[in-house]
Write a protein that binds this ligand. Structure first.
Ligand SMILES: Cc1cc2nc3c(=O)[nH]c(=O)nc-3n(C[C@H](O)[C@H](O)[C@H](O)COP(=O)(O)OP(=O)(O)OC[C@H]3O[C@@H](n4cnc5c(N)ncnc54)[C@H](O)[C@@H]3O)c2cc1C
Length: 246
């Protein structure tokens, strides 16, 4: 619930004084600049404002670093602001424009996560097909069994559908048209597909799929995050259903 942001930005001459903690920030332990949203109390409910905070600003520090289940190539850490003085020049957009900036960013971000999920599904499909061709059981390759082949056919079909949803959202965004609902649909469908196919990928690999030196366990761990960040699947469904009842 973005509207419940707790971080505050109190005006003080040519500066703002920021206080609060942002949790779970990707690459938060290595960033030099961070985009943060804080409420300017004088503006009441419409006070959300965007700031670019630089790591060497007094009062800024990096907080807890997290150990994650997947997506382990990226780090994750809290951002702590304690009476951090941020010059007005570092405000992004006007005061009170933060929510609009956030929504625009996140709508674009959702297309990116949909594409990331499609990449995971594509990798799973490619590896599952290769494995099904080479692994022989009961005297024949796994690929010769319909139980395997049809499930991979479904995976391929759904991947194409997810890609088209993603391309549609990206096309609308590129062409200056409204794309919020399509971005939510693309993210919802592509990420839940990646999660479903990651369990199927492990199944196709059998016991090997469960081992840490198999690629499938990694896709399984990575896919889960795509259903959570840039808005959970539940949040995407809220966005889509809101568009139906507008
Ligand atoms: C690895 C990782 C990296 C991240 N990177 C960033 C980052 O770089 N920047 C950033 O700002 N954030 C980042 N996040 C935060 C991420 O966007 C949030 O964790 C995510 O949006 C979910 O919010 P939450 O954790 O507060 O869950 P909650 O909002 O507490 O939700 C918990 C559960 O309840 C469900 N739920 C909540 N409200 C409703 C409702 N009204 N109806 C139905 N179900 C509901 C949710 O869908 C979820 O299943 C990251 C998180 C992770 C795990």
């Amino acid at each position: 619930d973005v509207s419940s942001v707790q971080m505050t930005a109190t005006r003080d001459g040519e500066n703002y004084v920021l206080n609060g903690t942002k949790i779970f920030i990707t690459n938060g332990d290595v960033c030099d600049v961070v985009l943060l949203f804080a409420n300017v109390p004088e503006l009441g409910e419409r006070g959300m404002t965007a700031f670019l905070v630089e790591a060497d600003m007094p009062g800024y520090s990096k907080g807890k670093k997290y150990d994650k289940l997947g997506m382990r190539a990226a780090t994750n850490a809290d951002q702590v602001l304690e009476d951090c003085r941020v010059p007005s020049a570092n405000r992004l957009g006007d005061e009170g424009r933060g929510m609009r900036i956030f929504l625009e960013l996140i709508d674009h971000g959702r297309i990116g996560i949909a594409a990331q999920a499609n990449g995971i599904t594509g990798a799973i499909l490619e590896r599952a097909v290769d494995y099904a061709k080479s692994r022989k059981q009961f005297g024949a390759p796994l690929a010769s069994y319909q139980a395997i082949g049809w499930r991979l056919a479904d995976m391929y079909t759904e991947l194409e559908a997810a890609r088209l949803l993603t391309y549609q959202a990206a096309w609308l965004a590129d062409n200056g048209q409204s794309f919020r609902t399509q971005a939510a649909m693309a993210k919802l469908y592509a990420t839940e597909l990646a999660m479903r196919t990651s369990t199927l990928g492990i199944q196709v690999f059998g016991g090997y799929g469960y081992m840490m030196d198999s690629p499938m366990q990694r896709y399984f761990r990575d896919a889960k995050l795509t259903e959570i960040y840039e808005g959970t699947s539940e949040v995407q469904r809220m966005v889509i259903s809101a568009s139906l009842f507008r």
